[in-house]
Design a protein around this ligand. Sequence first.
Ligand SMILES: Nc1ncnc2c1ncn2[C@@H]1O[C@H](COP(=O)(O)OP(=O)(O)OP(=O)(O)O)[C@@H](O)[C@H]1O
Length: 365
Amino acid sequence: MPNITLSGVAKSYGGGDYAVKNLDLTVPDGAFMCLLGPSGCGKTTTLRMIAGLEQPSAGTIAVGDRILDSVERGLYVPPEKRDMGLVFQNYALWPHLSVRENVEFGLRMRKVPAPERRARAAAALKMVHVDAAMERYPSQLSGGQQQRVALARMLAINPTVLLLDEPLSNLDARLRLEMRAELKRIHDESGATIVFVTHDQLEALTMATDIAVMNEGELQQLAAPMELYARPANRFVAEFVGSPPMAIVDVGAAPTGLAGSLLRFVESRAAGCAPAGIGIRPEALRLDPPPDAAWSEEALVEAVLPAGSSWTVRLRILDAELYALSYTPVEAEPGDTLTCWTDQMHLFGEGGDRISSWDRTKVGA
Ligand SMILES: Nc1ncnc2c1ncn2[C@@H]1O[C@H](COP(=O)(O)OP(=O)(O)OP(=O)(O)O)[C@@H](O)[C@H]1O
């Protein structure tokens, strides 16, 4: 299956507001692409346009040379002729069909002979761990089980493109983790192209080969997960990807407090650089002894949040609130003072774009 290409795609549901604005996006053949962004940013609309469930208001959608939508040329290919498997959050199973019959339904429509149908449905249900409930009806299943049946229904068809809209949202934490690994395995083994909508940055970071971050209908950045994390294009991406989030300290015209000391620190290393914001990721805010006392700041502990193998500490340094993520126990109480320091910073310009990143171990990154 060739690449899926969206060129200049926009969608308005009427009323002048655009849910998706001038989107150029290529989903490479075999990619696991996550569309990531906050609620209402246009992810679902984009996925529905790729599926053919919504028609764009402008632009072109193509798979290789085959045009699926072209507003300019008046072309539109309906969903059933796109050969794409869909699983949406509202996984509409047929209530009057058993789990097995639901999964077999798509195969029956494709005229797959009965014995093969049974075998493929059973294998797909086993993959999502609902094979024990094969003869039950959807109303007798939990929400999470229904969601997995919807996944199995799509997997049984073996489509070359899978379009998934928050398909793991109803699962508990453990099952979610299991299904993420399972989806990754399915992707690796099938070679299918997957487009996956999520607002959960961890889900995107753990599964995707490529992440398209969207905000207010616009693409903010398209990159591989680690690239996105290490070199966010702008403040929006920097703050959206990563948990706890990156703290960005604003540098005013006459910076005081932490902003002033960070700026002096930046200036001593990057002459002529005038950032409007300085970002520090929690894991880069260090609580161990600094290599240079001049780098350190006194921080007031506001909260310590232990999580078994890591400790998140909310700190206040003068006028700024920051998080530190430590993998060694933090024996501090709210109200205590800790010395912290950093050797990694992201510098953002006036408009919010990242102008550079500084990492003591990789100078010039
Ligand atoms: N059928 C519709 N009619 C009118 N407006 C719509 C329709 N569907 C979506 N919208 C609007 O388009 C914008 C984008 O919605 P969309 O569902 O694509 O976002 P999303 O990022 O998937 O959000 P969520 O994660 O909440 O599903 C929102 O402002 C939404 O209110």
